[in-house]
Write a protein that binds this ligand. Structure first.
Ligand code: SF4
Length: 220
């Protein structure tokens, strides 16, 4: 079962919802995405209180720092926690727009107040917890709109483009033979350390992987 499958189901909040109710729902949900509440408790209380006022007035916990468009299909993207819609940007910023949540590896989230620019260039995105992928296994992970193949060989994590250049099979669904990922459709072998294969012009791209605090990050 993937981390996404384990996420608590989003429920609509009712009258009488408390800050504690929001915390209880949000903390495990954002943890599956590699985020946690900011360290600044006072700030967290203020933001959650604003969300409760918005819930009372407008029927859902819309983001206190974003402007609604009036189009329900658009506005659902700013119901808190909106992290799944902006995972790339928030991973790059290491926080959500409001700063209610910070990336799990941030040491002191209170220092990120006011940071609103999305840095340009490569971005580290948390993909799984170390314990989510056993040694000798692979899986497909999603980073924004991109699917990547993540493998764990001899204890180390490796990440490749997910598409086999033969017939487009998802490499992350293949199996590992030592350091070689076997394509699930026709068995082409790819070295997970450098993406190379014996077949001409069929090497696949390799992505840098970093492990910190028990979490696996891929640089895209
Ligand atoms: S930016 Fe932060 S506070 Fe605002 S909705 Fe998204 S997750 Fe919630």
């Amino acid at each position: 079962m993937s981390a996404a499958d384990e996420r608590p189901v989003r429920r609509r909040f009712e009258d009488g919802t408390t800050i504690e109710d929001l915390r209880t729902y949000m903390a495990p949900f954002v943890a599956t995405l590699g985020f946690r509440f900011n360290d600044d408790e006072e700030f967290v209380e203020e933001v959650l209180e604003s969300e409760l006022e918005i819930l009372d007035r407008d029927g859902d916990v819309f983001c206190p720092c974003r402007v609604r468009t009036g189009d329900p299909k658009e506005d659902v993207k700013i119901v808190c926690p909106c992290i799944p819609f902006y995972l790339d940007q928030f991973s790059a910023m290491r926080k959500c727009w409001c700063g209610l949540f910070v990336r799990i590896d941030v040491e002191d989230g209170s220092k990120l107040h006011g940071v609103i620019e999305v840095p340009e260039g490569p971005v580290e995105v948390r993909v799984v917890a170390v314990e989510d992928l056993a040694d000798g296994q692979g899986r497909v992970v999603t980073v924004g709109k991109k699917k990547l193949a993540l493998f764990r060989a001899d204890g180390e994590f490796y990440c490749l483009a997910n598409v086999c250049k033969h017939w487009g099979a998802p490499l992350g669904e293949g199996y590992l033979d030592g350091y070689f990922a076997m394509c699930p459709w026709h068995g082409w072998r790819f070295d997970v350390r450098d993406g190379t294969t014996d077949h001409p012009d069929a090497d696949v791209r390799v992505y840098e992987v970093t492990v910190r605090h028990g979490e696996v990050f891929v640089t895209v």
